[in-house]
Write a protein that binds this ligand. Structure first.
Ligand code: UDP
Length: 423
């Protein structure tokens, strides 16, 4: 039977970790595989679950109860939250998988489970059902190189907690690994990673290029039109987009310094202030007295943005981010220079270092002791840096080529599909 014939029969079960920064890349993987004819079945937790209507109609969805409604969300302690999410989800996941596979009636059309290594319990369950697993790593290849190296425990930036050690073991025990990266960006790290983990690695990024929008935005944002309209009225490459991802928090003093730095920079900006952005505050925007009057039409504050569309808008000339990998990848591969301010997880420091010293596509500020003059200065430097901008034009060109016919990620996706069909 030819590959097309086989593809029609094959489906994969996708089970993303229920954090936005892990769900978005999994949704893009779904789009990529579905575009090659592979059927998609999602298992999603109720926490953070998107509306199925925002996806292709031929996906199937199963929702499991993670017991999170009873917990504090968003989590102030992500490590404890992750542990609870893992222990709450194990049994419902097993039951759901059993029911999906049971409904197959001997067809054996499910090729594999594609999941997140931070779900640290899926190995025993998939072995019980004889289902191969492929992992999706949602940070850089360089991050996983550090985590899978024998000397990780000595690394200053990486406080290693049990879930991280378990995560690396999950990766090593799986059949293959998908990375949101591409050969031209992280070739040497990808090669080291292949040696460290000894399973096939498929760099098919930038993942967001497989979808026009991010599915999570549809449940976090009712109407994106006013934001896009505001951008339409700004001069080309003039707007600084400011967002610290979906879970990072900052303190009140840092928030105020950033606000004053933005106001004093005289740069148009679009700032995502999630209600929980400022640690301990229930509605962070309320902390900005008189701010909107001061900046007027030049500044736009929102609680969530359609980030993918924003970063590809011609008005956007820079991004001030926390160094989350999705945000960094979505920016630099769309030609948008970045200021990184690592906020939360250790990989954000590695990403900031790559942005400034390896790829030289942005600048870094440190969160500790950040003050308004420094924010103003770094914004002015970034927005005026012609060299970074030219380098980023090349980055965007390479990233676009990668996912196009014959590009490295395109070829890697082809190999991934053949691999899935062979399982
Ligand atoms: N995002 C978005 N709108 C926002 C803020 C974030 O769509 O206002 C998306 C962003 O495009 C990215 C994800 O949320 O895909 C955040 O992932 P990232 O790895 O950057 O950070 P995390 O939230 O995991 O810390």
């Amino acid at each position: 039977m030819d590959r097309d014939g086989m593809k029609k029969m094959k489906k994969v079960i996708l089970y993303p970790l229920s954090a936005i920064g892990h769900m978005n890349p999994m949704f893009h993987v779904a789009e990529a595989l579905n575009s090659k004819g592979i059927s998609i079945t999602f298992i999603l937790t109720k926490y953070n679950s998107p509306n199925p209507s925002s996806f292709s109609t031929d996906y199937s969805f199963h929702f499991i109860d993670d017991g999170i409604a009873a917990m504090e969300t968003p989590p102030s302690n992500p490590v404890a939250f992750l542990a609870a999410l893992n222990s709450n989800s194990r049994q419902p996941f097993r039951d759901c998988l059993e029911s999906i596979l049971g409904s197959e009636k001997g067809e054996k059309s499910v090729a594999c489970l594609i999941t997140d290594p931070l779900w640290v319990f899926t190995r025993a369950i998939s072995e019980e059902f004889g289902l191969p697993r492929i992992m999706l790593h949602t940070s850089t290849a360089a991050d996983l190189v550090i985590l899978s190296s024998p000397d990780v425990l000595q690394h200053d930036d990486y406080p290693v907690f049990p879930e991280i050690i378990a995560m690396v073991e999950e990766v090593k025990a799986s059949s293959g690994l998908i990375c949101n990266s591409y050969e031209e960006l992280e070739g040497p790290s990808l090669n080291t990673l292949r040696q460290n983990i000894n399973i096939p690695v498929f760099p098919i990024g930038p993942l967001h290029k497989y979808s026009k929008t991010s599915a999570t935005s549809s449940f976090l944002l009712k109407d994106k039109t006013p934001i896009i309209k505001w951008l339409d009225n700004q001069p080309p490459k003039s707007v600084l987009y400011v967002s610290f991802g979906s879970i990072a928090t900052i303190n009140k003093a840092e928030f105020e310094e950033i606000a004053c730095g933005l106001a004093n920079s005289n740069q148009p900006f679009l700032w995502v202030i999630r209600p929980d952005l400022v640690h301990g505050s229930e509605n962070s925007q309320l902390l900005l007295e008189d701010f909107e009057e001061k900046v007027g039409e030049r500044g736009r504050i929102v609680t969530w943005a359609p980030q993918q569309e924003v970063l590809t808008h011609t008005a956007v000339g820079g991004a001030f981010i926390h160094g989350g990998w999705n945000s960094a990848m979505e920016s630099i591969s769309e030609g948008v220079p970045v200021i990184c301010m690592p906020c939360l997880f250790p990989d954000q420091k590695t990403i900031a270092r790559h942005v400034t010293d390896v790829w030289r596509v942005g600048l870094r500020v440190d969160r500790g002791g950040i003050e308004r003059g420094q924010v103003e200065e770094v914004i002015k430097r970034l927005m005026g840096d012609q060299e970074i901008r030219e380098r980023l034009d090349e980055f965007k060109g390479t990233a676009d080529k990668c996912v196009s016919h014959g590009g490295s990620s395109y070829e890697s996706l082809e190999k991934l599909c053949s691999f899935i069909l062979s399982l």
